[in-house]
Design a protein around this ligand. Sequence first.
Ligand code: RB5
Length: 145
Amino acid sequence: MKLAFGCDHGGFPAKNELIEFLIEKGYEVIDCGTFSDESCDYPDYAEKVCKLVTEKECEKGILICGTGIGMSIVANKISGIRCAHVTDEFSAEMTRRHNDTNVIALGARITSTENIIKLVDIFLNTPFDGGRHAIRVEKINSFDK
Ligand code: RB5
């Protein structure tokens, strides 16, 4: 699976360890930056990652900022993206099973790198349940421009 990754300076501390984990697991990762802990604007990185997902260059996107909230707000404004801001394992699983989310947003200032890796792993390995949830996801998609 090909993944798009993006973070700002708030998410930067979790970046290297997460990408190393993903590569070790056999994923191909397109790193959209940022590439240092210098202050930057998270919408720029969310946009790059989401574009790779909507253009089907990547199957899923991973976004990390300080809280994960700013990244998720941006991602959910982009047509074709369903992004979940995740802080716990149950939500990481359920957002795939019920919402068929294609992007996950996490916060490196509220979630340890170890837990970020755990949550991303669950997100990437949980399939969509379909069925009644497919009807609901279609309704979500109907809001897309
Ligand atoms: C950057 O200071 C911080 O605002 C950003 O990383 C993120 O938490 C925004 O939601």
